[in-house]
Design a binder for this molecule. Structure first.
Ligand code: GRF
Length: 197
């Protein structure tokens, strides 16, 4: 069983999508052991509480590392997490941290490209296609190896809000698919046990 810690900062719709898929039996072999928010007012914490999942507010890297270890975290999922992880966390969880970004990386990503800004930049760039990307997290911002991407059409007359809503629906689908892909490729646990056992 893969222990997932989900890191959040906002509304938590990507977290909710994972909770729903696990509860529906569409994402087997994983359990969300905790939700860690970077801010007290993250609605994602309400979603965790409703699902009976432990929720914590953690702002300091040392505490983050100890909370991750305290729940035997195998995989970290950043779902609307708005802080950049310190190198100490990246080192401790190399190729074990997954992020969802609302564009087709390497376009419209990196420093300053988050939330609505991403979608406004796509519209300003007169793109016909946008999308979402699941990728590993490394020391850079949105620079880690891509795990999965899916295109989303930009419709005439789209605003940042209408495009964001369309992309978000795809995020909710590919985050779980990306986790499945990572689990299939993860090296076996110590002692040769498969992750999904
Ligand atoms: C999403 O667009 C996600 O791609 C970005 O943060 C936004 C909010 O996600 N990283 P959520 O509703 O808090 O899951």
């Amino acid at each position: 069983m893969v222990n997932i810690s989900v890191l959040v900062s906002g509304g938590g719709t990507n977290l909710q999508a994972l909770i729903d898929k696990i509860q529906a039996g569409e994402l087997e072999g994983v359990r969300i052991v905790q939700v860690i928010a970077s801010r007290e007012d993250a609605y994602a914490l309400e979603r965790a509480a409703k699902a009976g999942i432990k929720g914590k507010v953690v702002k300091e890297t040392g505490r983050l590392l100890s909370e991750l270890a305290s729940e035997n975290t195998d995989l970290i999922v950043l779902a609307g997490y708005m802080k950049v992880l310190e190198p100490a966390v990246i080192d401790a969880y190399r190729k074990r941290i997954v992020n969802i970004h609302p564009s087709l990386i390497p376009k419209y990503c990196g420093k300053g490209f988050y939330g609505k800004r991403v979608h406004q930049a796509v519209i300003d760039g007169k793109e016909k296609v946008s999308g979402a990307t699941v990728h590993f997290v490394d020391e850079g911002v949105d620079t880690g190896e891509i795990i999965l991407q899916r295109e989303v059409p930009v419709e005439p007359g789209d605003t940042a809000d209408t495009l964001a809503a369309r992309v978000l629906k795809t995020e909710h689908v590919i985050l779980a698919e990306g986790i499945k892909k990572v689990m299939a490729e993860l090296p076996e646990k110590e002692g040769g046990k498969k992750w999904a056992e």
